[in-house]
Design a protein around this ligand. Structure first.
Ligand SMILES: [Zn+2]
Length: 830
């Protein structure tokens, strides 16, 4: 399921920026739209928990209709979601969803912030959420964002008053917003960010409600709305050629990994906002009573006197004729006393000066990646396509050091190219990989350097400052140095210029299970991050394990070249878990990172550095039977895991299930959600039951309780529910400790439930025929005990097992206890 051309098509619909990262090249009417935003002095902050929680209709309305400076604060980066476009999960999915949010904001015009909280998976209520998130740290990040962004109004997506009615992260995001709203104005709370950004008192806090929160449209219609503000958000913007609903859909469609492609709407639409703090506006203007004109700022009236008439008499035919007025406003905006608004308005004004002036500035690196302290060549392009006289005065690096300072005028439409050689400075962090993955965090929190907290992505390291001279006015413009190339199919493709290590390594197999004492050969791939590099590679390993040879030499001549090495790994006699880590010594440095590349058309190309490691587990495990038939469901890695402990696994085509085709298997295992997605199973069930009756073992993994292809998924009656246990540390009670599945061939103990990841299980049955024996009891705190996570029934001469335990997460994560229980299930009756 890799990216399809539909994605690029959608992107082309909205903007010339066909690939992520390409510069925006606004039309005259889009410049007009941006001037309208320049003339609005007010801010709105939207707060929710995940990428894709945000209501893009309201965000687009605030940006494009109200013209407010608007941002979305997503508490997490969405690591816990699913991925519909590729194999990346967990932190790599978080990287994709972060970039999807950034692209969504580029589309609707907002900005994007995050906290350090990690989307660790589902939680039923905010109490559980706060057990994993360090509440004080997340709150500190929320307060810091409010102080830094200084919103006049804050809008919550979720209701802080209804814990348990939605994902715990959702309710928690609203609770944090509510607390942060007051704390931001108290200098004694989180004094560090108060010192840096000052305190801030937003004027209003809203809850962006809808019928969804009331259970039905009918209930919502009847609800008391005296505290609600009703906003028309269905307007059409002629300068953009799009209605608000159309922009919102283009923005929402960036959440491609979540399958949130969305079709635009036109015509009148309403949003409801319930006032939580501050005064309810008397009309439908969310900013009512808040001065959002230039007169809000000391010195603002003079600026308004120049820029307001420019908006009223906008020159659509030749925006460059408005440059003199923009240049007149420039020193006034530069001298604004209000530091916060000065930075925002100066950035907007400078972009308008370039866009109106028809001035194109670009710095392109010859190489796509460089190493720290590396020399690299850059080609600068500067061209003045407007009717004003402009000179290029100097080009400086980001530290202000002049690289070129021969003042030269830029004649009309005459392209100027300048070749420069630069040296990359030593940065912290040293590499341009996502900053929140540089250090190991906890299950619930990312580690991040203080100055980067809240930022969407690692700031671009390599930039150039162009000083342009307009008459007597000199204005500096900062531009990221980029990399681009021509693709015969896609055309001009932009990529970030990245600073990466000289060499990286990886162990392609991420979890290695040893079911007995025999050794295995493990591959290590070494990848050059520069031309001509040599050194040696070795493996760090847990105590008791043996690695041969201890190190191997490598020599690579081309950047990007790889070589594979094999190490013989021997486990200890007893059960043992740990990590193998690759260590490379080269050019008097040590390198321990793996490079993962993420390449989709809708987001910028991503180079992610992760610890180069693989989990190894020696499991004390006995098993019976050998040959497993597997019926795939929605997709899981159970077959690979079973092969690792020595089973032979054959995939069974569900449309060809017959008594004959099932003969010879010691057990049949059904993949996750198979009864939700494989319609053929509705017809195959009698044959599968017959297989069990004749002495076979059948194991069915979790299915969701709705949308089943058949209700008869077992030889006896069984009703699925939404019962789940999300706390992976929760106690497990042995309901039938004498049952064979708990005793043979492996004696299951409490230790087998240690080290589980993300959850215990989901969609447990809550009613079953008396033939079933419930084996395990478990629950989340404050809830009733579930007994349906593992149910075993004898049927004829065989055994039928239904289990909602999350083996699809635990086995690929190398959890020994989960392997031992699975082996017992497969061995039953043998
Ligand atoms: Zn969500």
């Amino acid at each position: 399921m890799q990216k399809t051309s539909i994605y690029s098509f959608l992107l082309l619909l909205f903007t010339l920026a066909a690939t992520a990262q390409a510069p925006k090249k606004p039309t005259a009417s889009e410049i007009y739209h941006n001037l309208q935003k320049l003339n609005f002095v007010g801010s709105a902050l939207y707060i929710a928990a995940h990428p894709d929680d945000e209501n893009t209709r309201l965000i687009s309305y605030l940006v494009n209709d109200v013209h407010a400076n608007t941002a979305y604060l997503s508490i997490t980066r969405g690591d816990g979601g699913q991925n519909l476009i590729g194999p990346e999960l967990r932190e790599l999915l978080g990287v994709i969803r972060t970039q999807e949010l950034l692209e969504a904001r580029k589309t609707d015009g907002g900005q994007q912030f995050f906290t350090r909280a990690n989307d660790f998976g589902y939680s039923k209520n905010p109490d559980e959420t706060f057990e994993f998130w360090k509440k004080e740290d997340v709150l500190s990040d929320v307060v810091m964002t409010i102080r830094k962004f200084k919103p006049d109004i804050i809008v919550n997506r979720f209701d802080h008053r209804s814990p348990g009615s939605t994902h715990g992260h959702h309710t928690a995001s609203a609770m944090l917003s509510l607390e942060g709203f007051d704390l931001a104005n108290d200098a004694t709370k989180f004094p560090e960010s108060a010192n840096e950004h000052g305190t801030w008192k937003p004027q209003r806090l809203f809850f962006n409600t809808s019928y969804w929160f009331y259970g039905s449209k009918e209930k919502f219609e009847k609800a008391d709305k005296s505290d609600h503000v009703k906003v028309e958000i269905g307007n059409y913007f002629p300068s953009l050629g799009l209605s608000n609903g159309e922009i919102a859909s283009l923005s929402r469609s960036m959440h491609k990994s979540q399958g949130f492609g969305s079709t635009g709407s036109r015509g009148s639409e309403t949003e409801y906002l319930e006032i939580l703090k501050g005064s309810k506006p008397s009309d439908n203007n969310l900013f009512e009573g808040i001065n959002t004109n230039w007169s809000r700022l000391e010195g603002g009236n003079e600026i308004a006197a120049i820029l307001k008439p420019l908006e009223e008499n906008f020159n659509f035919e030749n925006p460059s004729q408005m440059l003199p007025q923009l240049l007149e406003a420039y020193p006034l905006v530069s001298n604004l006393k209000d530091k916060h608004w000065r930075a925002i308005k100066l950035a907007q004004l400078k972009q308008l000066i370039l866009d109106c002036g028809g001035i194109f500035l670009e710095a392109v690196s010859e190489e796509n990646t460089i190493n720290p302290n590396d020399n690299f060549n850059v080609t600068v392009e500067a061209v003045n396509r407007g009717g004003n006289s402009v000179a290029l005065k100097s080009i400086k690096n980001a530290n202000g050091k002049a690289l070129w300072n021969t003042t030269e005028s830029l004649p009309f439409n005459n392209k100027k190219n300048i070749e420069l050689t630069l040296r990359s400075e030593k940065n912290t962090p040293p590499y341009s990989s996502p900053y929140w993955l540089n250090e190991k965090g906890t299950v619930g929190m990312y580690a991040a350097p203080k100055k980067l907290i809240g930022l969407g992505e690692t700031p671009v390291f390599e930039q150039l400052i162009f000083e342009l001279q307009f008459g007597n006015t000199v204005i500096p413009f900062t531009k990221d140095i980029i990399y681009k190339f021509n693709d015969p199919v896609k055309g001009e493709v932009y990529r970030p210029l990245e600073i990466l290590p000289k060499v990286t390594a990886s162990i392609p197999e991420k979890v290695l299970i040893f079911a007995d004492n025999s050794s295995r050969n493990v591959s290590v791939i070494v990848r050059a991050g520069k031309d001509n590099i040599s050194g040696n590679v070795s493996l760090k390993y847990p105590e008791g394990w043996k690695i041969e040879p201890s190190q191997q030499n490598f020599e690579l001549s081309r950047k990007g070249e790889t070589k594979t090495f094999s190490f013989k790994v021997t486990p200890p006699n007893n059960q043992s878990e740990g990590y193998l880590q690759t260590i490379i010594n080269a050019e008097n440095e040590t390198f321990d990172k793996e490079l993962v590349l993420i390449d989709y058309d809708h987001i910028p190309y991503q180079s992610v550095l992760l610890p180069s490691e693989a989990k190894v587990a020696k499991i004390d495990i006995q098993k019976k039977g050998q040959s497993i038939g597997y019926i795939n469901g929605a997709g899981d890695a159970i077959p690979e895991s079973l092969k690792q402990i020595g089973y032979s696994v054959t995939t069974i085509n569900p449309s060809n299930i017959s008594e004959q085709s099932l003969k010879g298997f010691d057990a049949i295992v059904v993949g996750i959600r198979a009864y939700n997605v494989v319609s053929d199973l509705a017809f195959a069930q009698p044959i599968l039951n017959k297989y069990v009756e004749n002495g076979g073992t059948m194991i069915v993994q979790y299915n969701t309780s709705h949308d089943l292809v058949t209700k008869d998924l077992a030889p006896y009656s069984l009703k699925l529910s939404r019962d789940r246990v999300t706390d992976e540390f929760s106690d497990v009670k042995f309901l039938s400790p004498k049952h064979p599945v708990m005793n043979t061939p492996n004696k299951i103990t409490q230790a087998d439930f240690e080290g589980w990841v993300q959850e215990r299980g989901l969609y447990f049955p809550d009613e079953w025929a008396k033939e079933f024996t419930p084996i395990l009891g478990m629950k989340d705190s404050g809830e009733a005990q579930t007994k349906g996570s593992l149910l075993v029934a004898k049927y004829g001469k065989g055994h039928y097992i239904y289990t909602g335990l999350s083996f699809f997460r635990e086995l690929p994560a190398g959890v020994p206890g989960a392997f031992r229980i699975f082996a017992n299930m497969l061995s039953i009756g043998k």
